[in-house]
Write a protein that binds this ligand. Sequence first.
Ligand SMILES: CC(C)(COP(=O)(O)OP(=O)(O)OC[C@H]1O[C@@H](n2cnc3c(N)ncnc32)[C@H](O)[C@@H]1OP(=O)(O)O)[C@@H](O)C(=O)NCCC(=O)NCCS
Length: 162
Amino acid sequence: MSAVPVHEGVCLRDMCDADLAAVIEIEERAYQFPWSEGIFRDCLRVGYVCRVFAGLQDEVIGYAILSVAAGEGHLLNICIDPQHQGAGLGRQLLEQVLELADHLRVHILFLEVRASNRAAARLYRSAGFREIARRRNYYRAENGREHARILARVIHAPYTRP
Ligand SMILES: CC(C)(COP(=O)(O)OP(=O)(O)OC[C@H]1O[C@@H](n2cnc3c(N)ncnc32)[C@H](O)[C@@H]1OP(=O)(O)O)[C@@H](O)C(=O)NCCC(=O)NCCS
């Protein structure tokens, strides 16, 4: 995929091995319990949809990782560099993911979010995601464990006969 301009000075393009140092550096600042480098490498290796938002100097300012199989999509990670958060980029990146899911004929897109992650929950809700279940004590947390909310959004309802 060639770089597609999505916002003033911001392009969406494929993530590559050379981006990993910058991606991990952002991941470690953005999350209390970040993914390891090995997880990102595995996502690239198995061919998940891995995209970055890149700025004017091609520097990474955000990224999203999506797995798609049998018409189901799972948004595994979406993140904006904390220095660029609150400027509308997270919403734009999510819109790009939704467009991509549509293009890939995904029927339903799932994601998991920590119960305490209010910013992400508001973003997902406004983008049409709804909670369908909870995984109790799913995530490590500072004081023990915390629940995961499983959210879903229909992208393409599969064709069914009445
Ligand atoms: C979630 C995340 C991607 C949002 O990116 P962002 O660029 O900051 O978000 P935007 O500026 O596009 O804001 C989009 C919406 O998110 C919500 N939001 C963003 N920051 C918020 C905050 N501090 N408090 C409450 N809601 C917030 C709002 O609904 C906002 O819409 P609004 O501005 O119309 O109210 C970003 O906060 C992030 O990378 N967080 C760390 C990683 C993470 O938690 N990822 C999600 C894992 S499930």
